[in-house]
Design a binder for this molecule. Structure first.
Ligand SMILES: Cc1cc2nc3c(=O)[nH]c(=O)nc-3n(C[C@H](O)[C@H](O)[C@H](O)COP(=O)(O)O)c2cc1C
Length: 328
């Protein structure tokens, strides 16, 4: 991978305190297995907003995948489909959302950024996503401005071609755009604008989760944006239990950030997540071997989850409960 692309993908904001914490928090959580349960196989199959997936491990929306592989998001979509799971496609994609849908073999959700001074563009994207068969709109709410990813900013000028975000540039031109500072009215607008399920991504505070549910969203993603927005926030897995409590079963709760092993997935499920998203590891698989690399990363995580479930005495996801995880 080009060093500037690596910097874009791997960097976190500021001093990367939250980026490191995403890993530390998982390592500090402990699993307490049960034995003598006769569990010799485990069923990892799950569903999200009614879509069946082979494991509760989905592909997070990450921008500009043309930097990792010439086929970009189209290859990722094929890899996710091969692994039997769902991909969320970023607004900042290197391939048109229609082309990703045409390449996909599994379910897709569309991640929406609303840009400052360009709200009609958001409406256009939603219509296009509906027509192309996307199953939900994931509105990212943690980015009223882009976080400062300093490791990337130092080498930004060296980015190789392939770094274009095609949908945005077609409609808005090539000048850099800042996202809009969203309010509950934007969520209400989206609710009235589409019949697709809505997922809000980037929730850490339980009151924001409650607000989201009151606006009729079907899901929330507890996320620090991979440590790329406000540095110094807790890891997503630390924020997760309070959000699960506030949502109280009224919407599906997912999380992302720092998932690198099947045991991390199990810990997140024990704390109440219905499923998780994976960001950077998918990009590494994509860079290494295109669609096959993405599929392999996702299958490795699924196999690790399956083994962890067997070793913990859990035959299926319904048997995962809060007594499985405790703080170290
Ligand atoms: C290179 C990169 C680009 C990203 N682009 C987006 C994006 O366009 N939209 C979005 O909602 N989140 C974006 N994210 C955040 C991811 O969806 C996700 O929250 C995060 O990567 C999860 O953490 P992980 O990388 O540790 O798995 C991006 C993350 C990375 C690393």
């Amino acid at each position: 991978m080009h060093p500037a692309a690596w910097a874009y993908y791997s960097a976190g904001a500021g001093d990367e305190v939250t980026l490191r914490r995403e890993r530390d928090a998982f390592e500090k959580l402990l699993l307490v297995p049960r034995v003598l349960r006769g569990v010799d196989h485990a069923d990892t199959s799950a569903s999200v907003l009614g879509a069946p997936i082979r494991a509760p491990i989905m592909v997070a929306p990450t921008g500009v995948q043309g930097l990792a592989h010439p086929e970009g998001e189209c290859a990722t979509a094929r890899g996710a489909g091969e692994a039997g799971t769902l991909m969320a496609v970023s607004t900042v994609s290197s391939r048109r959302l229609e082309d990703v849908a045409a390449a996909a073999t599994g379910p897709l959700w569309f991640q929406l950024y609303v840009y400052e001074g360009a709200r009609p563009f958001a409406e256009t994207l939603v219509r296009r996503a509906e027509r192309a068969g996307y199953g939900a709109i994931v509105l990212t709410v943690d980015a009223p401005r882009w976080g400062r990813k300093e490791r990337f900013l130092r080498v930004e000028d060296e980015l190789p071609p392939g770094a274009s975000a095609v949908s945005i540039e077609e409609e808005l031109g090539e000048e850099a755009r800042e996202p809009a500072a969203l309010t509950p009215e934007d969520v209400a607008w989206l609710r009235s604008s589409t019949g697709l399920p809505i997922v809000l991504k980037g929730i850490l505070h339980p009151e924001d989760a409650a607000l989201a549910v009151e606006h009729g969203v079907e899901g929330v993603v507890v996320s620090t944006h991979g440590g790329r927005q406000l540095d110094g926030v807790p890891a997503s897995v630390e924020a997760l239990p309070a959000v699960v409590e506030a949502v109280a079963g009224r919407a599906e709760v997912y999380m992302d950030g720092g998932i690198r092993r099947g045991t991390d997935v199990l810990k997140a499920l024990a704390l109440g997540a219905r499923a998780v998203f994976v960001g950077r590891p998918v990009l590494w698989g994509l860079a290494a071997d295109g669609a096959a690399g993405v599929g392999r990363v996702l299958e490795m995580l699924r196999e690790e989850l399956e083994l962890a479930m067997i070793l913990a005495g859990l035959p299926d996801l319904e048997s995962v409960g809060p007594d499985l995880a405790r703080k170290g």
